[in-house]
Design a protein around this ligand. Structure first.
Ligand SMILES: [Zn+2]
Length: 124
């Protein structure tokens, strides 16, 4: 759960925690019981032979065919982005609590110490 008043979304299907049975948290992501079940089925149905096949990746937005559906997805996708940003902020806060420097946080995120401080410190 992100916060008691905040809706958490499955990072895969973007369903809200209130619309699924269980939402499992990972580092910066969530996955719902339905996506876990679907993933398990896909893995179980994977051919056992060692015949390499090209990896098929269809992004959710590329699978969409209707404008109304794409437009309807925008609020949830935006919320998922805010959720990821919130989680990143919590990890940075925890790193600071554990003695992490702005330099080490910046390096981990591919930015300067100053950029990390400006983005996450909450100070001006
Ligand atoms: Zn899901």
């Amino acid at each position: 759960m992100v916060a008691s008043d905040q809706v958490s979304l499955c990072s895969f299907c973007l369903k809200a925690h209130t619309d699924v049975g269980t939402l499992v948290a990972g580092p910066g992501v969530y996955i719902c019981d339905e996506c876990i079940s679907l993933s398990s089925q896909l893995i179980a149905s994977k051919p056992k032979a060692n015949t390499p096949k090209p990896i098929q990746r269809i992004a959710p937005w590329d699978a969409e065919t209707g404008l109304d559906s794409v437009i309807a997805s925008l609020p949830r996708v935006s919320q998922a982005g805010k959720q990821a940003e919130y989680i990143l902020n919590q990890y940075v806060r925890k790193a600071r609590e554990l003695g992490g420097t702005w330099a080490s946080i910046g390096e981990a995120l591919g930015m300067t110490r100053q950029s990390a401080w400006e983005r996450f410190s909450g100070e001006e």
